[in-house]
Design a protein. Structure first.
Length: 404
C-alpha cells in the first residue's frame, strides 16, 4: 500500500510540474481546428467572458467544464456569471448539465483553505480551484488503491501494480488531476466495485449513490450490484431461506437517488440543457450512429490533420476497450457487463467525442494491459505510446485546447 501512496504522490507532483513546464516553455497557436465548433471556442479572446477560467493560479488545471464545477461550488446552480441555454420559452444556466457531488466536495474542501482568500494570498476563485485539484487528486488516490486491491484478488502483486501504472498513464488519465470529475468519479466507481465484490452491500449502495451524483454513469453500478448479488446465491442447493434478501436492499439507495433526481427540477433542467446546448441525450441511437459514421469518415478522409489526429485517439481507445472485453470477458463476466454498459451509455449520447475520457473507468482495459504487460516488449512499447498521448492531451488541456 505504501508503494501505491508514494506512487500517487509522485504522479501528482509530476503532472502539476509538467503542466507548469509546458506552458512556461512555449505557446500554442490558436484556434484549435480539431472539430468544427472548437474553432469558435478557442479564439484568442473566446474565454474572456468566463471568469472562472481566467485566474493565474493553477490555471493549467482549469478549462472547458471546469468553469461549471467552480461556478456551482461558488454560488450554486443559478450563477449569473455562467451562460444560459434557452428554448421553448424557458432558459436555464449551463450549470444544470453537471452533477452536484463534485462541486459540493470542492465547496467543503474550500472552507479549510479559505484563509488563503482571507489573507489575500489567493482570490476566491483561485482558492476554489486549489480545492478542486485537491479533491480530484484525493479521488485519484482512492482510485489507485481500489484498483490495486481489486486486481490483487485475481493477480500477483506485480501484475496488480502494473495495472495501476497503466491506468495512471492512460491517455485520458491526466483528467484526474484537473478540475474535472474523473478523479473523484473513478475513486468512487472503483471503490464501489471493490465493496460490492467484498459483499459490503450497505457501504457499496451509499458510495454507488455518490458515484451517480458525480457522473450519470454511476447509476450503472446498480446492475453490477444485482449481478454480483445473484452470483452469491448457491444455485445447486437453492433454498429461499438461504437467500439473503436484506443484502439486496442497499441497491435501493442509488435507485432512489436516481428517481429523486430524475423527477426533480435538477433532472428536468439537466436534460433540457444537455439537449439544447450540448446536443446530447440518453441512448440517442440515430444521431449517435450518424455522428460516429461521420467521425469514422473524417478519421480517414479529412483534409485537416488535427481532426484526423483527434479521432485517431478516440477510435484507438474504442478499439482497445472492445479488445479488452473480448480478452477478459470469460473470466470477469460481471465486470465485462459493467464495462459494456459504460461503453453503450457513452457511445450513444448523440455526439461523437469524449470516448477516451468516458471509458477511463472501464476496468477490463487495465486487466488486459496488466496481463499483456508481462511481456517486456509490450510493456515498453505500450508505456511509451500511452505516456506520449498522455503528455499530448495534458498539454492541449493546459493551453485551453480541446482534449476531449
Amino acid at each position: 500500500m505504501k508503494k501505491i501512496i508514494t506512487y500517487w504522490f509522485l504522479w501528482s507532483i509530476n503532472l502539476i510540474f509538467y503542466q507548469q513546464l509546458v506552458t512556461s516553455r512555449f505557446v500554442i497557436k490558436k484556434p484549435d481546428t480539431a472539430l468544427y465548433w472548437t474553432i469558435f471556442e478557442t479564439q484568442e479572446h473566446s474565454w474572456n467572458y468566463r471568469p472562472y477560467l481566467l485566474h493565474n493560479f493553477l490555471n493549467q488545471h482549469v478549462a472547458w467544464d471546469s468553469e461549471f464545477y467552480l461556478a456551482i461550488a461558488d454560488k450554486g446552480y443559478d450563477n449569473e456569471l455562467v451562460r444560459k441555454a434557452g428554448g421553448r420559452g424557458e432558459s436555464y444556466s449551463l450549470n444544470y448539465a453537471f452533477f452536484p457531488f463534485y462541486p459540493l466536495m470542492i465547496r467543503i474542501f474550500y472552507y479549510p483553505l479559505c484563509f488563503f482568500e482571507k489573507f489575500n494570498i489567493l482570490t476566491r476563485i483561485e482558492t476554489l480551484t486549489l480545492s478542486g485539484v485537491i479533491v480530484s487528486l484525493l479521488g485519484t488516490l482512492i482510485a489507485f488503491i481500489s484498483l490495486y486491491l481489486f486486481m490483487s484478488r485475481f493477480f500477483d502483486n506485480e501484475t496488480a501494480l502494473r495495472g495501476v501504472f497503466y491506468f495512471s498513464v492512460f491517455p485520458s488519465a491526466f483528467f484526474m488531476g484537473e478540475v474535472y470529475t474523473e478523479g473523484l468519479f473513478c475513486g468512487l466507481f472503483f471503490l464501489s466495485i471493490l465493496l460490492i465484490i467484498n459483499r459490503k452491500w450497505t457501504l457499496a449502495g451509499i458510495l454507488s449513490s455518490l458515484a451517480f451524483l458525480t457522473r450519470p454513469a454511476g447509476i450503472l453500478l446498480v446492475p453490477f450490484y444485482i449481478l454480483q448479488w445473484i452470483k452469491e446465491i448457491e444455485w445447486k442447493n437453492f433454498s429461499f431461506k438461504k437467500v439473503k434478501i436484506l443484502s439486496l436492499l442497499p441497491v435501493l439507495i442509488p435507485v432512489t437517488m436516481f428517481l429523486a433526481w430524475k423527477f426533480s427540477p435538477l433532472g428536468y433542467r439537466f436534460e433540457f440543457v444537455e439537449f439544447a446546448f450540448f446536443g446530447r441525450s440518453g441512448f440517442d441511437l440515430i444521431n449517435s450512429f450518424l455522428n460516429w459514421k461521420e467521425a469514422l469518415y473524417l478519421l480517414f478522409f479529412s483534409g485537416n490533420p488535427p481532426t484526423r489526429a483527434y479521432y485517431f485517439i478516440e477510435f484507438i481507445v474504442i478499439l482497445i476497450t472492445i479488445f479488452s472485453f473480448l480478452l477478459t470477458g470469460k473470466k470477469f463476466v460481471n465486470i465485462t457487463i459493467l464495462g459494456i454498459l459504460i461503453f453503450i451509455f457513452s457511445i450513444t449520447s448523440g455526439v461523437s467525442q469524449g470516448m477516451h475520457r468516458y471509458l477511463l473507468p472501464v476496468t477490463n482495459i487495465y486487466i488486459m494491459l496488466a496481463r499483456l504487460g508481462k511481456n517486456q516488449i509490450f510493456d515498453r512499447i505500450w508505456s511509451i505510446f500511452s505516456i506520449l498521448l498522455f503528455g499530448l492531451l495534458s498539454m492541449l488541456f493546459s493551453f485551453d485546447m480541446w482534449a476531449g
